[in-house]
Design a protein around this ligand. Sequence first.
Ligand code: DOR
Ligand code: ZN
Length: 362
Amino acid sequence: MHLKTVQRIELPPAADMHVHMRQGDLMKLVAPTVRQGGVDTAYVMPNLVPPLTTVDRVLEYKKDLEAAAPGVNFLMSLFLHASITPEVIALASAAGITGVKLYPQGVTTNSDAGVADLKAFYDTFAAMEKHDMILNIHGEVLESLAPPGMTLEEAFLPTLKSLHERFPDLRIILEHTSTAAAVEAVKACGPSVAATITAHHLYLTETEACCNPHAFCKPIPKKPTDRDVLIRTIAEGNPKFFFGSDSAPHLLHTKNDAAPGKAPAGVFTQPFATQLVLLALEEGIERGVIAEDAVSEEILANFLSRHGRRFYKLPEATPTKKIVLERQGAAIPESVRSADGSVEVGNSRAGDKVFTLRWKEA
Ligand code: DOR
Ligand code: ZN
C-alpha cells in the first residue's frame, strides 16, 4: 500500500490505550468522540479532580463513561497514591480494574497528589505483579531534578530501568514516549515493558509546542529527530509500541485566554485519533523518514489495534467490526461544542484535510 495515494483503507477498530475523559459536561462532550476517531477500546486515565484513588469511584466513573459512550469498552485505572495499598490492589483486581497510573508528583495536569517517593510503593508494585495489573507511567521528572541538557523524560529512564529490574514480571508501560532515548530504553527492557505513542508526538515538535497553546502538552514534543524516530518505530512494527493518544481536552477558553506559556497542558485529538496517526505517517513519508510503502494495512492494524490489545491481554477485535477510512476532502473542524455552546474544546490540527471515517459492522 502507498499511504500517500491510497483512497480507502479498512482496518480493525483501534484500541486507544491512553485517554483523558474528564468529568461532568466535558466528559459528556468528549466521550462520544472516542468512536468518531475509530476507537472501540479506551484505557482511561485517573487524573480527575480529585484523583481516582478508590475502587468504588473508579467503578462509578466507568458506569458514567459507558452511559455517555455506548459501544466503547472502557478499561479503567487507579491513581497511584498512599492509599493504594496491596489490599486495595487485590480489591481492584477482583473488581476488573486494569491498571494503576503513576504520576510523579507535580509533573503534569492534576498530579499534585502523585508520587514523591517511589520506594514507598514497592509493596504495592509487588501486589500488582502478583495480580498481573499494569503499571502505567508518566515518565518525567520535575524540572528541578533534570540534569542540565537532559529532557525530563530522559532523566526518568534510569528509574524505569530499575523498576523493571526490581519487578521483572510487572507489566509496565512508559506512556507517551517522546524521545529517541525512551524508545531505546523500552527496547532494551524485557517483554514486560512496552510504550505508548500518541498521534501528536508524531507531528509536533518543540517549535509548535512552545508557542501554540493547542500544541502544548506534557511531555513536551521534542526535536524533529525524536518525532521521526517515533514514526520509524511504528513502521518497524515492534510489538512493544502501540497507540495511546493521550488526547487531553481542556476548555477552549482556558487554552485561548491563558498568558503566553501558561496554557493547561494537553492536545485534543480524540475525534480524529486514527486519522491524525495516518496524517502524521503520510507526512513522515513526504519527508523521506520512511519509505513510500512502509505503512501497510498490517503495520497500521498492529500499531493501532493489535499490539495494545495483546499487551493488555485483551481478546482480538471482533472480526466483523471494521473502520473504513476514505479520502473525501473533509477537514478537521475548529472545535467540538455542546449543543448550547457552553462547553467547547479546540481540535488539534483544525483545518487540515483527513480521511473520513465510518464504522462497518457486518
Ligand atoms: O499534556 C498532558 N495533559 N499531559 C499529561 O500528562 C496530562 C494531560 C492532562 O490531563 O491534561
Ligand atoms: Zn495522559
